[in-house]
Design a protein around this ligand. Structure first.
Ligand SMILES: [Zn+2]
Length: 511
């Protein structure tokens, strides 16, 4: 692989602390074979190294590759027809969405992510049933192939559940509340081509064996605490320990999920995981919107991380995660888009801005994340939770060269106060469209906004073509069931009297 000298008006090497980052003005990074060998002033590096190629100029900010720490699909549920709704009903509304080819969908998504500067993603694949036309391994492998073809890094996991498929209650008990014909239709749908625990473990083991590479990690994923029996959680923990790999799980995303814990175990789901011996630094939890003070102590004590998804939480009426308090307590917090960014377009720079603004609780004494803290969440902490922590997340000698060049023209023109810190400028004003060039492991995977490894127009055209066919019998069946089932799901949750807890945030409580 050739060497290159990557130049910027600013090179943002790493975040120092809440109020500063290490930035080199008119700086450069020299990499060869994907390894960062030198970093410093452009003039010095230019004199010292005879690079095969020079990338960038004094019109760019050079930053570490950004990391989307929680994600699922490419075409968003909204694109496929589902409006935002509370998570519990939205899940069933999603049954009506069309089947999309996983390879094309993932590649489409990867291109969008690369276009906003994402070089690594935590991809969590939700598969309720075995695919119709291919095996579970092949279907999962095609998703990993799409990331590998795009050039991105991925931590891939297949999520699994073995209980409470419809509401937070035993399936049979819920079926008894449904009209008989609906119950039998839903039972047939859920019972057809189920994925067993054995399938899940054996396919994950095969993926670990055959698909891991320099840019690919394979994790294991129980879907969420209430959707998994204790024996399944124990088996997954043992599997991860045996294979020295990571665990990614959804956790306390909504108030109902937290209440499931107090109803069933008289403690939160996180406390239940703690008592099972499930937690640890290899575990990352998506959301944690409804974690309590003692939950946050457990997270900090065990080194368990939270992947924060603020746009998704706003869109699905989940709430606002107490990130200010998590940061105070030293919890590792990474940032994700969860297929539901505010503009529905997988723009991580926008998600960074949402994350920064949503925690600005009123009052002159209230702390909220600085731009530096947000950048740290999206680089160093993202690298940690995806198990690329020793390799990427900062621009330092010895690290792999995952580098993003952001065009400063739109951000700085016609005027931006020259005293503005570049990290503030990026988090306050940066958008995906400002990302010009993306490098992974020293390889340019987007240059001048053009994806280099695949033809974007071709992938989009194939995706469009694949969705121009009429709905299949399976899709029609699911759509009908979803429509009929939704009012029952809604009614079931209406029966829950919401717990009154101690909120961490007080937006309009005073005044
Ligand atoms: Zn998710």
């Amino acid at each position: 692989m050739p060497s290159s000298l990557v130049r910027g008006k600013y090179v943002v090497c790493k975040v120092n602390d809440d109020s500063s980052s290490h930035v080199i003005e008119d700086g450069a990074v020299y990499q060869r074979d994907g390894e960062i060998l030198d970093i410093g002033s452009y003039a010095d590096l230019k004199a010292r190294h005879n690079a095969d190629e020079e990338i960038g100029s004094s019109n760019f900010a050079v930053i570490p590759g950004l990391i989307n720490a929680h994600h699922h699909v490419g075409l968003t549920p909204f694109q496929l027809g589902a409006l935002d709704a509370p998570l519990e009903t939205w899940i069933v509304a999603r049954w009506a969405l069309r089947d999309v080819d996983p390879y094309l969908d993932t590649l489409y998504c990867a291109m969008q992510m690369i276009e906003s500067g994402i070089t690594t993603v935590m991809h969590n694949q939700m598969m309720a049933r075995l695919p119709n036309d291919e095996g579970l391994f092949d279907s999962s492998a095609r998703i990993i192939d799409a990331y590998q073809d795009s050039g991105m890094r991925v931590a891939f996991s297949l999520s699994h559940r073995d209980q409470n498929h419809l509401v937070y209650e035993d399936d049979e008990r819920f079926f008894n509340t449904l009209p008989e014909s609906l119950a039998s239709g839903v039972r047939d749908y859920l019972g057809g081509r189920p994925i067993s625990m054995e399938d899940h473990l054996s396919v994950t083991a095969e993926l670990l064996d055959k698909k891991q590479s320099d840019r690919t990690r394979v994790f294991i994923s129980p879907h969420n605490v209430h959707w998994c029996s204790d024996s399944m959680l124990r088996e997954i923990k043992n599997f991860a320990t045996r294979h020295s790999t990571g665990i990614h799980i959804h956790l306390q995303e909504t108030v109902y999920q937290k209440m499931y814990g107090t109803r069933n175990w008289q403690k939160t789901p996180l406390a239940h995981l703690y008592d099972l011996g499930f937690l640890g630094p290899e575990v990352s939890c998506a959301h944690g919107v409804w974690v309590t003070e003692s939950d946050m102590d457990i997270l900090a004590e065990t080194g368990t991380a939270i992947c924060h998804n603020p746009s998704s939480n706003l869109r699905l009426k989940s709430g606002v995660a107490p990130v200010n308090r998590m940061l105070e307590k030293g919890v590792t917090v990474a940032l994700g888009i969860d297929e539901a960014g505010l503009n529905d377009d997988n723009d991580i720079l926008q998600e960074m801005r949402v994350a920064q603004k949503v925690h600005r609780v009123p009052g002159v004494t209230s702390a909220s994340p600085s731009s530096h803290r947000i950048l740290d969440m999206t680089t160093v902490n993202g690298a940690k939770v995806t198990f690329f922590g020793n390799e990427v997340g900062t621009l330092e000698i010895g690290k792999r060269a995952d580098i993003v060049l952001v065009d400063l023209e739109r951000i700085q023109e016609p005027y931006l106060d020259p005293g503005t810190n570049i990290v503030d400028a990026l988090v306050y004003r940066g958008k995906g469209i400002d990302v010009n060039t993306v490098i992974v492991d020293g390889e340019v995977i987007m240059r001048d906004r053009k994806i280099t490894r695949v033809k974007k127009e071709e992938i989009s055209a194939k995706l469009k073509e694949s969705l121009s066919r009429p709905l299949t019998a399976g899709e029609l069946n699911r759509t009908g069931l979803s429509k009929e089932l939704l009012p029952h799901i809604q009614r079931w949750f209406e029966g829950w009297e919401l717990e009154v807890g101690a909120p961490h945030y007080h937006y309009n409580e005073r005044g």
